[in-house]
Write a new protein. Structure first.
Length: 565
């Protein structure tokens, strides 16, 4: 199986700097009302577009505005960690207010790839600005540095753990192969039509906001670009709304992927002596060891399919797919498949459908951080779609199909897709379209190679006082055969939020999610995403759940029709 490309960091000198994926949050964005700066998807994506190298100590830089080297002073702002010498990593090396961080690590990338080195993206710092460089990291055998330039006389501080630079791989010399042309928008009628549709939708929405239209005020902002759809509802293929970067893994003692032949094994030996002044380019980094037992610390070769290792799945050998079901970089490749102590500890928090002990539980609203291993998409359905489906479900008699449901827990609470199709074909078409869009998102998020098929699509009513205990969708806690062991994934679309309670709690993640109308949540059927529905304390909760399998034979024939039967 082809390995993923990687950046290799080598501990060439000391001290050691910490290297971490760039976090999504920015203090200046948090300061906005309702943190609405994060609605700008290009900014949010850029926030996590690289790995940060962190400052090893609290330091200060002072410049008097003059051009000489001695006009810039550096000093420790507190005690230095044991063995750390300030001059080893921070000094006035150039002139004219430029300060240099010696990051002490060498980086290696695949052939024809370089590293872009810059200040941390979207993190401005008063009085000083980062200098950006591109390093030929596919051959450079020497550490490089990160330089900042003071923009005004004064003192600037860097705190321990604050990013001093961000690195990301880029193709080597790729811009020279690109051309740029300028057109009138009328040259592409389709683009003109799409542009006009976006402009008109935005202008109309702004007018409704200005007029304090209640629905527009509730919606607050349009999300077409954020969720990757055109104003007509068409979803965009390959849309990206988050970046997932791997945690650095300590591979000390292993042969690097890009290692050259050992010179000791050659008859002729090369010697390298850097020129005076060295390769003082522009940044550096290290590998910080992943926590024991973390997903990043486990080699992918040992991480079997969550589907194959459930204990409840046990497909016969003849049914095993000849090709992998997902790509190497799928979150599934490193996902815990079995029950763990986290599942047990999470269950113990629950009493009578409520969190008896909520201290330390992570309360989620969405996945703005981009770090969850399940899918959360706000505003997947429009308010109009939610209102139509919610209005139908709220007014329909769920007792009609009471005898069709085998489990007493669900009797008089479910409307199957076929029920809706017989009564309201227009709403059934809406459900089907939303389900196809959800499948697309699951395939993209989990980087699937094989298609998945919905085996069920429903509308479900959760009346006041109802809850659901922790469960996995395809496995039983005692290892007994599960009636729906084929269910590889599940999704839930939430149709209303005018109720209290009803949060989703994930024991293994020790996290709870408060759904909002229009939100899509999708996850795996295994123990990693065991979940409970907390008690609805006021009102009635309506959802549109679906379940999916890699097994085409499990598909819902009513949902797919004759063309896909």
């Amino acid at each position: 199986m082809k390995s993923r490309p990687r950046i290799e960091a080598f501990k060439a000198q000391h001290p050691i700097f910490e290297l971490v994926p760039s976090p999504p949050d920015r203090a200046w964005m948090d300061a906005f009302h309702d943190r609405h700066a994060y609605r700008c998807l290009p900014l949010s994506i850029a926030n996590t577009h690289g790995w940060d190298i962190l400052c090893p100590a609290d330091v200060e830089i002072e410049w008097n505005g003059e051009p000489a080297k001695h006009d810039l002073k550096v000093r420790a702002a507190g005690p230095l960690p044991d063995g750390l010498v300030l001059d080893d990593f921070l000094r006035s090396h150039f002139t004219r207010g430029v300060v240099t961080f010696h990051t002490t690590y060498m980086f290696r990338t695949p052939p024809e790839w370089s590293i872009l080195v810059s200040g941390p993206f979207n993190r401005p710092k008063h009085g000083i600005a980062p200098l950006t460089g591109v390093v030929e990291s596919d051959w450079l055998p020497y550490p490089f540095t990160m330089n900042w330039i003071m923009t005004a006389p004064g003192t600037v501080a860097f705190a321990k753990g604050e990013p001093i630079c961000t690195i990301m791989p880029i193709p080597k010399n790729y811009l020279g192969n690109w051309d740029m042309t300028v057109h009138d928008i009328a040259d592409d009628p389709t683009m003109r039509m799409e542009h006009d549709a976006f402009r008109e939708a935005r202008a109309g929405f702004q007018q409704r906001l200005d007029a304090q239209d209640p629905e527009a005020m509730r919606q607050a902002w349009q999300r077409h670009y954020f969720v990757g759809r055109h104003p007509d509802g068409t979803m965009v293929e390959g849309h990206v709304n988050k970046a997932r970067l791997a945690l650095p893994v300590d591979a000390s003692g292993q042969r690097p992927l890009y290692a050259k032949p050992d010179p000791a094994a050659s008859v002729t030996r090369m010697s390298f002596k850097p020129k005076a002044g060295g390769a003082d380019l522009l940044t550096g980094g290290i590998l910080s060891k992943a926590p024991t037992g973390s997903m990043a610390a486990r080699p992918k070769a040992a991480a079997k399919s969550a589907i194959e290792e459930d204990g409840a799945r046990a497909r016969p050998p003849a049914a095993v797919q000849p090709q992998p079901l997902w790509h190497d970089d799928s979150p599934l490749a490193e996902m815990e498949a079995r029950q763990t102590a986290r599942n047990i500890a999470g269950r113990e928090r629950l009493r009578d459908g409520s969190l008896a002990d909520a201290e330390g539980v992570t309360a989620l609203r969405d996945d703005r951080t981009g770090v969850l291993d399940f899918l959360v998409l706000p505003d997947f359905l429009t308010p109009e779609q939610c209102a139509a489906l919610y209005g139908f479900a709220r007014s329909d008699d769920f007792t009609r199909n009471h005898d069709q449901v085998g489990d007493d827990y669900w009797k008089s609470r479910i409307l199957f897709y076929g029920d809706v199709q017989r009564q309201r074909p227009d709403l059934a078409a809406m459900m089907k379209e939303a389900n196809r869009a959800a499948i697309h998102q699951i395939v993209q998020f989990y980087r699937l190679r094989a298609p998945i098929w919905a085996d069920t699509l429903q509308l479900v009513r959760w009346s006041e006082g109802m809850s659901m205990p922790p469960h996995a969708d395809r496995a039983n806690p005692d290892g007994a055969a599960h009636a729906f062991a084929h269910r590889d994934f599940a999704s839930i679309l939430y149709l209303n939020d005018d109720y209290d309670g009803g949060e989703v709690y994930f024991p293994a993640l020790d996290s709870s999610l408060k759904p909002r109308a229009g939100m899509l949540v999708a996850f795996t059927g295994g123990w990693r995403h065991e979940h409970a529905v907390l008690k609805v304390t006021r009102g009635t909760r309506f959802t549109m759940p679906a379940f999916y399998s890699f097994d085409r034979a499990r598909r819902d024939r009513a949902l797919y029709g004759e063309d896909e039967a």
